[in-house]
Each structure stands twice: as structure tokens, then as C-alpha cells.
Ligand binder design. Structure first.
Ligand code: UDP
Length: 344
């Protein structure tokens, strides 16, 4: 995160990052470095000139079909829509979505968005990408269903500044890990969180990654879209969503202007920063080869979204890192090891 000089508004350089978890250990860990506000994420989706709430819930269903169904009626209605899709065992994203919500809602809210986000046939994408989003028959339109949620009160950058503020931690930025590697030497344990295919010089072929481009605009209006994130599922709009960051911090006051960011998705080339593992069948096979190499790599631990080729959210990456510390790192530390903090 950083503060925009012109407007004073804090924005997330890599798109809105919403912290949410049901894992108490992760929540306690992250709050050692920051307190959190009470923001709860809501997302809207604009389709054919109208704005709907997502993930799909009772209000989305009623608005889309022009009905006023009760939760039970809506459940039965969507069950019929899903059955009309005639999907026996949903193994890919498209089949999974149709088996959950039926074809009309899939085509409005998921098909175009997914094609723009992944540029991959929804039938070639793993079903679990869509499993990230719930379908609800109540008027609950919160994006996440976790126990704990919020935005770090003074931004994500402050968390990392505090985490790294330790006499035994040195930092080198704007340099290539593979250049430094020669100086580190083979006996020093390394935790590598860069792309796993790059580490092994692409010897099993390149894994599929998506990257994002962001376009910032400063506007003289106080409030552009009334919410932090609005999705654009229609195929003829090139961006996937617009972020308006001031809404992430309702506790702050910013009058006179706003900052928005349009998000565009594309395939990552070797020089691009990878954001999302695509995870097609061929990627999964290739990753298994890399994982076998990684397991045999002495003194190197692979972690994070890029190092383990997994679509991890922030809380999952932290949970995996804490687990990795317990199982792989702690035993290598001969002294100075401080055990995990007691839960509150
Ligand atoms: N998705 C969609 N329409 C939406 C929101 C999400 O089709 O309005 C699909 C899309 O395939 C996306 C996936 O659900 O990649 C996961 O969405 P999420 O918001 O969790 O993605 P992230 O915020 O990690 O980019």
C-alpha cells in the first residue's frame, strides 16, 4: 500500500487486498503488527446497465429475474435452473458454475468475467476457482464468510515495516535473487517465494501465470462508485473491475476527490510479475515435476503463491508460512528461537 501524493488517499498497488480469515492463529499473528478496522467487503457487478450485489444472493436473484422470491422459493428456483443445465459431475469451472446457479446467471456474472480474467476456456479451468465464491439464498451480501475481517489501520506497508524492523534482519531490494544467490552459498538455508519455474530455469517448461495491469485515475468527485470494488463481467468492457480505495477506510475522512484504479488481466510473460497461477491440467502436471525437483533441492524451502503454484489468499499464505516455520525452519535454528505467541 502507499499514499497517493495528489489526493492523500492510500491505495493498494496490486489491487484491493481484503484481509479475512477464520484461522485464529493467523489473526493473532498479523495483529502483532497492526490493528484492523471494521471494514467488511461488499462487491457489486454491473451488467447491461444495472448494478447487482455479488456473490450471488437473494437480492441478486430477485433483481436479475425481476422476482420477489423468498429464500426457500429462490432455492427451489435456482435448483431448477441448475438442473436445466444437465451437468452430472462438474469437473471444470463452467460446469461447476452451471451446476450451482444455472446457465443464465453463469452467463451474466461469470462467463465474461472469467474469460477476461483468465483468457482461458472456462471448461479448461479448475472448478475450485469458482468454489472461492459462495451462493447464498439470504440477503447477506458480504463477499467473505470468515470470522475475522478488516483492513490494517495504517496500511499493509506499515505491517511489513514493523515486521522487518529487527537488528538481525537486513533487506536488499531492486536486485535479482539469482545474482545474490552466488554470495549466499549452498550451506545457508533459503526460503524462496519467487516463481518455482523460474528457480529451475524453466527446465520442465513454463507454468501458466496471469499478470495484471492497473490504470489509476484521480477524479474531482467525492465518490465515484459508492463501493471499494465494482466488477464488470461484460466481455466488451476491457477491464475486469474498478477499485475505489477510499471506501476501504470509512474511518478516514477524505473530502474533495477520489482515486480509482481499473484492473486489466493478461498472460504473464517471463519478464512480467506473475499474480495468479492458472492451473490448467498441463500446468498441474508440470508443477508436479517442479515439486519433485523442489523436494530434492538441498537447504531451500519453497513458499507462497509463486513458490508453491497455489492460488493462496493472504491469510492462507500466512497460515502456510507459520506451518512451514514449525515443521521446516524452527529445527534449523540453533539459538534465538522464540516460540509462537500464546493465543489471546
Ligand atoms: N468471478 C466471476 N465474476 C465475478 C467475480 C468472480 O466470474 O464477478 C470468478 C472469476 O473466475 C474469478 C474467480 O471467480 O477469477 C475468483 O474471484 P475472486 O473475487 O475470488 O478473485 P480475486 O479477488 O482473487 O482476483
Amino acid at each position: 500500500s502507499e499514499h497517493d501524493r495528489a489526493t492523500g488517499i492510500e491505495f493498494h498497488r496490486y489491487g484491493s487486498h481484503l484481509f479475512h480469515t477464520s484461522n485464529r492463529r493467523v489473526w493473532d499473528f498479523i495483529r502483532r503488527f497492526s490493528s484492523f478496522n471494521h471494514y467488511r467487503h461488499r462487491v457489486f457487478s454491473r451488467f447491461r446497465g444495472r448494478t447487482y450485489t455479488v456473490p450471488i444472493n437473494l437480492m441478486t436473484i430477485n433483481q436479475f429475474f425481476g422476482r420477489d422470491l423468498s429464500p426457500t422459493e429462490a432455492q427451489e428456483f435456482i435448483r431448477q435452473q441448475a438442473m436445466a443445465g444437465n451437468i452430472a459431475s462438474p469437473l471444470n469451472l463452467e460446469d461447476k458454475a452451471i451446476s450451482l446457479i444455472g446457465r443464465p446467471l453463469y452467463e451474466a456474472f461469470f462467463k465474461g468475467y472469467t474469460q477476461k480474467q483468465w483468457e482461458t476456456e472456462p471448461r479448461s479451468l479448475p472448478a475450485d476457482i469458482i468454489g472461492r465464491l459462495p451462493v447464498r439464498f439470504s440477503r447477506n451480501d458480504f463477499y467473505f464468510s470468515d470470522l475475522y475481517e478488516g483492513l490494517p489501520i495504517d496500511g499493509y506497508a506499515a505491517i511489513f515495516r514493523r515486521m522487518l524492523d529487527h537488528p538481525l534482519i537486513g533487506i536488499a531490494t531492486s536486485c535479482d535473487f539469482f545474482d545474490l544467490r552466488r554470495d549466499i552459498g549452498p550451506r545457508c538455508p533459503v526460503v524462496y517465494t519467487g516463481p518455482v519455474d523460474r528457480y529451475f530455469e524453466f527446465k520442465c517448461g513454463a507454468l501458466g501465470w496471469r499478470t495484471l495491469d492497473f490504470e489509476i485515475e484521480r477524479l474531482a468527485v467525492d465518490d465515484f462508485q459508492g463501493a471499494a470494488v465494482v466488477n464488470y463481467p461484460e466481455p466488451d468492457v476491457r477491464y475486469t473491475r474498478i477499485h475505489e480505495f477510499k471506501h476501504l477506510h470509512p474511518e478516514r475522512r477524505h473530502a474533495g476527490g477520489t482515486l480509482i484504479m481499473r484492473e486489466y488481466s493478461r498472460f504473464a510473460g517471463r519478464e512480467d510479475e506473475p499474480y495468479y497461477p492458472i492451473g490448467r491440467a498441463e500446468d498441474k502436471l508440470r508443477y508436479e515435476q517442479y515439486r519433485a525437483l523442489a523436494d530434492r533441492e538441498p537447504n531451500v524451502i519453497f513458499g507462497g503463491r509463486l513458490g508453491t503454484y497455489r492460488y493462496l489468499d493472504m491469510h492462507q499464505a500466512i497460515g502456510a508460512a507459520l506451518h512451514c516455520f514449525d515443521t521446516k525452519v524452527a529445527s534449523r535454528l540453533s539459538n534465538g528461537f522464540v516460540g509462537r505467541p500464546a493465543a489471546e
